[in-house]
Write a protein that binds this ligand. Structure first.
Ligand code: SAH
Length: 273
């Protein structure tokens, strides 16, 4: 799709590509907060919570451009164009994404469009789902007794066109975090076990991590598909595969049942709302 710009004119606005963190409003950075408070328009994804959107000034325009597997959403080209168009008509344009904008967030693609259109931008990192989930599910991703490293992959794979490198993901000294993997749990389980990862490797699927609705589903690699099919599993959900998951019970601290339904109440108070 061709990008529509105004030849001979420079966009006066600026785009902030902002990470909103994994859910808990208190995991928003102070910088993201400051930028949201002065936004004229916010284009946000489906993963961004209502609580965070409530921080946006009343006068600002809120545009949902969210993507959810299988559901209707704006095409990436339309989002790219909208960002450019808004930068011509508004001063402070915020592109708000769940987690971190550069981790499976297509933030890079959107910035490439802004560069092409000559629009100024800044990037504000966010806490990615892997970090939020790791902390709130009691799973230290690189505990040195169990893992030498951690790999983040997307399980939303176009399997035929770009085959998964199961051989390298099957390394037993490594923790594997799978974003967007629930629908492909069976092939992930099969791929890893065929490549030599032990079927007894501990695995966790954590849904709605860092929120009052967080739930952990813990088992072993040979049960991954079964865990993913649990009717109680709500989206979004993240998989963590590796020996470090064995610590989840002893390092468990977050009790969603005991946390206030609106985790943001305390932060609103402390920020003077
Ligand atoms: N940019 C985001 C990831 C976008 S991809 C980030 O950095 O976190 C969307 C995937 O992220 C979901 O399919 C899910 O696997 C994961 N995810 C995002 N928020 C989550 C949450 N609160 N709990 C569990 N998984 C989450």
């Amino acid at each position: 799709m061709e990008l529509f710009t105004l030849p001979g004119q420079q966009a006066q606005g600026k785009v902030w590509l902002v990470g909103a963190g994994p859910g808990d409003i208190e995991l928003l950075t102070l910088k993201a907060y400051r930028i949201l408070k002065k936004a004229d328009v916010v284009l946000f994804d489906a993963l961004v919570s209502d609580e965070i959107l409530a921080l946006v000034p009343k006068e600002a325009e809120l545009i949902a451009v969210g993507k959810r597997a299988g559901k209707h959403s704006a095409a990436q080209e339309e989002i790219n164009q909208l960002l450019v168009t808004k930068a011509y008509t508004r001063k402070n344009v915020v592109r708000l994404k769940g987690g971190d904008p550069f981790i499976f967030g297509r933030g890079g693609e959107e910035l490439e469009t802004l560069v092409e259109a000559g629009v100024e931008f800044e990037v504000v990192p966010g806490i990615t789902a892997a970090s939020g989930t790791s902390a709130y599910a009691g799973i230290p991703l690189t505990h040195r007794d169990h893992a030498q490293g951690v790999t983040f992959i997307t399980g939303h794979c176009k399997l035929e066109s770009r085959p998964m490198d199961w051989q390298s993901y099957a390394n037993s000294a490594n923790t594997l975090v799978v974003y967007m993997g629930i629908l492909n749990a069976a092939s992930i389980q099969h791929g890893l076990i065929s490549a030599g990862r032990s079927p007894k490797t501990p695995v966790a699927i954590v849904s709605k991590a860092t929120t009052a609705a967080q739930r952990r589903f813990i088992g072993t690699l040979c049960e991954l598909a079964e865990l993913a099919a649990d009717p109680a599993l709500a989206m979004p959900a993240l998989m963590i595969i590796g020996e470090v998951v064995g610590l989840a019970d002893s390092l468990h601290w977050f009790n969603p049942e005991n946390s206030p339904k609106t985790l943001g109440a305390s932060v609103k108070q402390s920020l003077g709302h």
